[in-house]
Each structure stands twice: as structure tokens, then as C-alpha cells.
Design a protein around this ligand. Structure first.
Ligand code: UD1
Ligand code: MG
Length: 462
């Protein structure tokens, strides 16, 4: 039996995410937890982890006027409870803001900080294990290079007896290297009594969640420590820390991609998102950026310097070098998107090609159709976006402008340099350009006039 299960049925778990902080040190108009790492907001990262760790209910504690934070929480977990902490009076006070969610009861209560995005699902599962075995609460312990500012874990005879916040610690206590990572798991049975017993009798006059440890000990309950890596519990307060967290996350994501079989000759130059998905035998060349929402199917190759976001690349397709796939792009099996080609809200069906210098926005390129170099889908008329539809096997000559809404039928040809404003029937040839004219001997006449010292060019007329 898994430690998070009781008599066969999984234990219920309420996750309370504290996100009421202002984040003034970020020097930003955006609330702290809405900044991003790995293509997700800090809050989104934490909520994703909470879900992966099997939480059955979620409450997010936000500050007053943080509608945007509440909206992000709801977008990600539609049945999340939003609790507003009107005044910042400490971490225990923040947890109690979610009193309604707590009152519904759960086997395990997890408390996680919204600004700690590198916490793993494994950290959370491990934290729940002692609760399943009967502990009243469990905290994460870690050994930072510099413990200044962290709460210290006071362990006596192998038992966690209290957490002392840095400000309140004695000189001796400050020498303790084992610090509080901030995460906590509480037994649903004891959580309310412990939280309500916490007082603000400390230097900062705050209600410290960490005081739950001493309270538990005072009533004969046990508190456990689960050791984690410093990186896992790294909190973010500044833009520099945000960049550090991004670097750690990128290392994790690159390793996971390599472990899953993706070929990358220079993984340190590739940027991934937490939700990037790869099939088998995918190759990613150097300097590729994957924004959020990208899926790459088996055997596809993403060539150097490409930028992808919100895109699906089909089996065996070839993208780039220097391609840009924007949200809503779907690339079919074996299709080819070459250098300096941009796609947005567009489908390239199986075997379609756009090898050079094109913009394909709001449209469809049918199976095996060929888009010549320099083709532009003119999708915007200054007010609205319109669609372009290219039929199966059609051939669009180089440097054509397709003025949407417009469609090109199956197997049709578009002459190079055309401006296409009317629909083209299947298998037709469409030309939309000025006809070429020839002036025999014109260049010779020009040279003679110049030699005779005449400034004027020969007339256009014969
Ligand atoms: C906390 C721990 C400390 C631990 C450290 C790890 C307490 C009392 N201390 O200290 O032992 O070593 O984290 O990083 O828990 N928050 C609210 N409302 C509040 C107060 C805080 O939502 O009234 C949120 C903050 O936005 C933040 C989190 O709770 O996300 C932690 O608060 P913070 O002030 O950073 O606690 P620390 O002093 O770092
Ligand atoms: Mg902190």
C-alpha cells in the first residue's frame, strides 16, 4: 500500500497555496506570482505540481486587489477556492484565511508558497507520507549555503521539537544548518486546532505557521522532517532569483528531454517550457526556443534558431532553421517549414512545403501543396483577420500575395509575383500581375544616346 493511501482508497488532500505577498522587490506592476518560469506563471507552476501530487481540493490565498491572481488560479483549476487575506499578518494567518476550505476537511493539508515554483510533486508526496503514518505535521528541511533569514529546525533526540524564525533565534540556534524549506503537510484531524492555537508573540508580531511544530509537541503529537534539495524550495523575491530559478528549471527540463530520448547536440542552448512534449527520436538543433504549448511528434527535426509556441509539429516534419511557429500552428506529417517562414493559426497538412521567406497566417495549406519563396498570406485588412485556403497539391509561385479571404482550389497554379484577390478554381492557372513587355534594341539606343552626351533616356515608345 502506498503511504498516501488508506485501506486501498487514496487519501484526500487539500492544498493551500499562499500567494498574498506583494512582491515589492520584483519592482514590477505585476503581482509576484504572475511572473513566469518555464513558460508558466509561478502560481501555475505550483498549481501544476499540486495537481501532479494528487491533491483533491485546492485553495489559493490572495491579497486584496489581486483579482488577476485569483483569475489565474481559476483558469488553471476551475474549482479552486479563492480566499482573500485582507491584512498580511503571517503565514499561519494566511492559511486560516482559507478557513472555509479547511472546514470541509481532508486527510492531508498541504501548505505551499506561491513563490516557490521549483517544488516537485515528489517533494509533496514525500511530505504527505509521515502524515499517513500518524504524524500531526511534516516540514521540509534543507541545508542552504547561507541559512540567514530561514527558520531553523530544532531537533532533539531525533525529533523535531520546534522551528525558530531567524529573527527570534539565539546565537546558538542560528548556528543550526538545517533550515525550514517552508512547505508543510498537516494532518486534517489536527490542523484546525494547531492553526488556531498559534499566537503572534514574536518579534515581528506575526502568526507564524512554523509555531505549529512546538504546539504539536506540547500536546503529545509528532512532527516530522523530510529533507529536500535547496533548489527545490528556492523562493523568488527578485528578478535575479527569477532568472536563477529559470536556469535551474531549464536544466531539469533539458535533462528530462534527453532522458526521454530527444537528440540535442547543445542542450544548454535550447529553451523549453514545462509543458513541451516530445515523441520518439526527435532532433532539436542548437538555439531553439519552445514557448508554452508545443508538441513535437516522432522523428521530427527542429533546426537551429527556430522559435515555437502553441504549435503541434507532426511526425517526421522538418522545421527551420530560423522558423517561427506561433500559437495555433499545426504542421502535418512530413511537412517542411524552412528558413524565415512564420506561421500563425495555420494548418500545413501532410507533406505540404513552405521552404523560404513566407508568412502563413490564418489559413490552411492542403496536403502536398507548395508555397513558393516570399509568399504572403495578407490576412489583415486593418480591421479584421481573414482566412486563406490552399487546396491539396496546389502550387503557389514565389512572391505571391494572397489577399484574404481567398481560396485556391486543389491542384491550381499561381504564377509568381501574383496578387490574388479572387478565388482560384481547382486546376486553373491564376496570374495577377502586370504583363511583361519587351522593347527590342532599347538598351542599345540608351547607350548610344549616353555616348552622344544626351541626358535623356530613350522614349518608352518605339
Ligand atoms: C518562511 C518560514 C521560514 C522558512 C522560509 C522558507 C514562516 C513563519 N517562516 O519565512 O521558516 O525558512 O519561509 O522560505 O512560515 N504570505 C502570505 N501572507 C502572509 C505572510 C506570508 O500569503 O501574511 C506568503 C508570502 O507571500 C510567501 C509565503 O507566504 O509566499 C512565505 O512568506 P515569507 O514572508 O516569505 O516567509 P519567510 O520570512 O520567508
Ligand atoms: Mg520568503
Amino acid at each position: 500500500m502506498n503511504a498516501t493511501e488508506k485501506s486501498g482508497s487514496p487519501r484526500t488532500c487539500l492544498a493551500i497555496v499562499l500567494a498574498a505577498g506583494e512582491g515589492t522587490r520584483m519592482r514590477s506592476a505585476l503581482p509576484k506570482v504572475l511572473h513566469q518560469v518555464g513558460g508558466r506563471t509561478l502560481l501555475g507552476s505550483v498549481l501544476g505540481t499540486v495537481k501532479a501530487a494528487g491533491s483533491t481540493a485546492t485553495a489559493v490565498v490572495v491579497g486584496p486587489d489581486h483579482e488577476a491572481v485569483a483569475a489565474e488560479a481559476k483558469r488553471l483549476i476551475s474549482d479552486a477556492t479563492i480566499a482573500v487575506q485582507m491584512e498580511r499578518r503571517g503565514t499561519a494567518h494566511a492559511v486560516l484565511a482559507a478557513r472555509e476550505a479547511l472546514a470541509k476537511g481532508a486527510d492531508d493539508i498541504l501548505v505551499i508558497f506561491g513563490d516557490t515554483p521549483l517544488v516537485t510533486a515528489d517533494n509533496l508526496s514525500r511530505l504527505r507520507e509521515p502524515i499517513a503514518r500518524g504524524a500531526a505535521l511534516a516540514v521540509t528541511g534543507f541545508r542552504p549555503a547561507d541559512p540567514t533569514g530561514y527558520g531553523r529546525l530544532l531537533v532533539k533526540d531525533g525529533k523535531l521539537i520546534a522551528i525558530r524564525e531567524h529573527n527570534d533565534a539565539s546565537d546558538d540556534e542560528r548556528k543550526i544548518e538545517l533550515c525550514n524549506g517552508g512547505l508543510m503537510a498537516l494532518s486534517g484531524k489536527h490542523a484546525m486546532a494547531l492553526l488556531e492555537g498559534i499566537k503572534d508573540d514574536n518579534r515581528k508580531k506575526e502568526f507564524y505557521l512554523t509555531d505549529a511544530v512546538a504546539l504539536a509537541n506540547a500536546t503529545g503529537l509528532t512532527a516530522a522532517v523530510v529533507e529536500v534539495e535547496e533548489d527545490d524550495v528556492r523562493g523568488i523575491n527578485t528578478k535575479a532569483q527569477l532568472a536563477e530559478a529559470e536556469a535551474i528549471l531549464q536544466q531539469r527540463l533539458r535533462k528530462a528531454a534527453l532522458d526521454a530520448g530527444v537528440t540535442m547536440v547543445a542542450p544548454e542552448t535550447v529553451f523549453l517550457s514545462a509543458d513541451t512534449k516530445f515523441g520518439r527520436d526527435v532532433t532539436v538543433e542548437p538555439y531553439v526556443v519552445f514557448g508554452a504549448g508545443v508538441t513535437i511528434d516522432d522523428n521530427a527535426v527542429i533546426h537551429a534558431f527556430s522559435h515555437l509556441a502553441g504549435a503541434h509539429v507532426g511526425e517526421g516534419a522538418s522545421i527551420g532553421p530560423y522558423a517561427r511557429l506561433r500559437p495555433g500552428t499545426k504542421i502535418g506529417k512530413g511537412a517542411r517549414v524552412g528558413n524565415f517562414v512564420e506561421l500563425k493559426e495555420a494548418v500545413m497538412e501532410d507533406g505540404a512545403k513552405a521552404n523560404h521567406l513566407s508568412y502563413i497566417g490564418d489559413g490552411r495549406v492542403g496536403e502536398n501543396a507548395n508555397i513558393g519563396a516570399g509568399t504572403i498570406f495578407c490576412n489583415y485588412d486593418g480591421a479584421q483577420k481573414h482566412r486563406t485556403d490552399i487546396g491539396k497539391g496546389a502550387f503557389v509561385g514565389s512572391n505571391s500575395a494572397l489577399v484574404a479571404p481567398v481560396s485556391v482550389g486543389e491542384g491550381a497554379y499561381i504564377g509568381s509575383g501574383s496578387v490574388i484577390t479572387d478565388n482560384v478554381p481547382a486546376n486553373a492557372l491564376a496570374l495577377g500581375r502586370v504583363r511583361q513587355t519587351i522593347k527590342e534594341g532599347w538598351a542599345d539606343r540608351l547607350r548610344k544616346l549616353k555616348a552622344a552626351g544626351k541626358k535623356k533616356a530613350p522614349s518608352e515608345q518605339p
